[in-house]
Design a protein around this ligand. Structure first.
Ligand SMILES: [Ca+2]
Ligand SMILES: [Ca+2]
Length: 501
């Protein structure tokens, strides 16, 4: 143990003793920052050493604690956000897919969501950008505005496209969001995430009638499509990009009982492969990560200068991971580490030591009960997660209970910080995967059929959910992706209203 970590251990032990007292005296505000589809390609997370993220890195170094083993409750936007915002796993709500709006799910619609919980208990709640998943609904676009006292639809618009790349091969479909990228005309200050972060920065100059605030900010990149200003592509010269190593046979050992493979290479992977665009795609993702980081810098600077700097809890999280060719896959959805692990940085002034990496296993669904405990509210009995407030005060304590990530009905993955165990009860008749991260961090060797690991599997299996709520109804109005059509006058009036507020 070097001197620095010894001192930080001393500091956190005393913090642990005084946890309850310290928290009661604070009256914290909350800054809740979601970054859509950001994986661990962030400097301080170490997922890709090429990532240029000076603002997130500086925030972690000076203020935040990096939760190095943080996992999402589900590996797609809608279900992971539904779970962490309602505090309930998909297995209890039946919200397993992006087409299901929690507001129409019988087991989710009456739950008090995280912002409502704070809003109903003395907090002023406000948001902009994607916090809840968006759904077209009969009354228009439902982006969770009902959960906040104030919600501003994300503004800004990217300028015209300067150049773009869109890998195309006849007969191969990418699937999902457009697999395309390129540079848009600046200035960066006019683009969506910058406008959102600037809006949030401006809120920190307000008073909230003496109430604490819950400010939620949703950053949209690096979600596809990867269009950001040229300056962010310029950070990564294409010929300097170090491509993720390919392992073509990696899926061969993930098989059904009859030995047939469960997975095949994804459409986006095949497009990148056939067009020779792996480097281009990975560069574009990195450019979007740096763009998101740049926009967040505006918010971090504003917080540091504001009167709320010392009494605001900050939680910065990505909603799930993202594969960039690992397991022959570009995207989220499946239950491997690259999809399940998320960036998560936490600052609780007076409690969390800065510049510390915490190896305790946490899940984003744990944020709800943790924020409740940190802010001294009474617990919500409906919460599935467990508060990690103690861990924040004492980041080296033992904490590694296996945590759950779900993808669709009856497919689950558990990790305890060393092993990842996955069970495909819905997808492949109970087929399994087991990886040992102490020797195989990229999950290349499936140990599930190796008898030496029988006990490990038996131990982890006990944590699989016992209840599987059937799929909740698909949102009947989901094809109204953007809500009913609006006239030019209506749109203009809306913009005016947003500007004024
Ligand atoms: Ca997402
Ligand atoms: Ca493999």
């Amino acid at each position: 143990m070097n001197r620095r970590s010894f001192l930080s251990t001393m500091m956190v032990s005393s913090a642990g003793v005084a946890l309850a007292q310290q928290l009661k005296s604070k009256g914290y505000n909350i800054l809740f920052i979601a970054i859509d589809d950001l994986n661990d390609w962030v400097g301080c997370l170490g997922g890709n050493p090429q990532a240029i993220t000076p603002n997130l890195d500086r925030y972690a170094r000076e203020h935040g604690m990096v939760m190095n083993k943080a996992y999402c409750p589900a590996t797609v936007c809608g279900p992971t956000r539904s779970a962490l915002l309602t505090g309930k796993h998909a297995t209890h709500t039946g919200v397993y897919g992006n087409g299901q709006n929690l507001r129409h799910a019988p087991k989710a619609k009456d739950l008090e969501t995280l912002p409502e919980y704070f809003g109903n208990r003395g907090y002023h709640t406000l948001s902009s950008g994607k916090i809840f998943h968006k759904h077209g609904d009969k009354d228009g676009l439902d982006e969770g505005q009902w959960a906040f006292h104030e919600h501003i639809h994300a503004g800004g618009s990217n300028g015209k496209t300067l150049w773009e790349e869109k890998p195309e091969v006849e007969g191969i479909k990418a699937g999902g969001s457009p697999f395309a990228w390129g540079a848009v005309e600046g200035p960066t200050e006019k683009t969506k995430d910058y406008v959102t972060c600037k809006w949030a920065a401006d809120q920190l100059e307000r008073d909230f009638d003496g109430k604490p605030f819950f400010l939620a900010v949703g950053v949209s990149k690096p979600h596809l499509a990867w269009y950001v200003p040229q300056e962010f592509f310029d950070l990564y010269p294409l010929d300097k990009i170090e491509q993720v190593p390919l392992k073509y046979d990696d899926l061969d050992d993930i098989v059904r009982a009859d030995g047939s493979p469960i997975f095949k290479p994804g459409g986006r992977f095949l497009l990148a492969e056939k067009t020779g665009m792996h480097k281009n795609a990975q560069r574009a993702y990195l450019a979007c990560v740096s763009y998101a980081d740049h926009c967040l810098g505006v918010l971090f600077d504003a917080l540091a200068k504001s009167k709320y700097a010392d009494n605001t809890i900050v939680m910065i999280w990505g909603d799930h991971g993202w594969h960039l060719s690992e397991k022959s896959h570009y995207g989220k959805t499946e239950l491997w580490e690259e999809s399940c692990r998320v960036p998560f940085i936490v600052n609780v002034p007076g409690l969390t030591p800065a510049n510390v990496k915490c190896e305790g296993v946490v899940n984003l669904i744990d944020m709800y009960p943790t924020l409740i405990e940190l802010c001294g509210l009474s617990p919500n009995k409906e919460n599935d997660g467990r508060s990690f407030a103690k861990l924040l005060a004492n980041p080296s304590m033992g904490w590694n209970e296996p945590t759950l990530t779900t993808y669709q009905y009856k497919n689950h993955s558990l990790t305890d910080g060393r092993y990842r165990y996955t069970w495909y009860g819905g997808k492949a008749d109970g087929a399994e995967e087991l990886y040992d991260h102490s020797t195989d961090p990229m999950e290349h060797t499936n140990l599930a059929s190796n008898p030496e690991y029988k006990e490990v599997i038996e131990r982890l299996k006990k944590y699989l959910p016992t209840h599987h709520e059937p799929d909740s109804p698909k949102n009947p109005d989901n094809d109204l992706k953007k809500g009913p059509k609006k006239s030019k006058e209506e749109k203009r009036a809306e913009r005016k209203k947003q500007k004024a507020s």
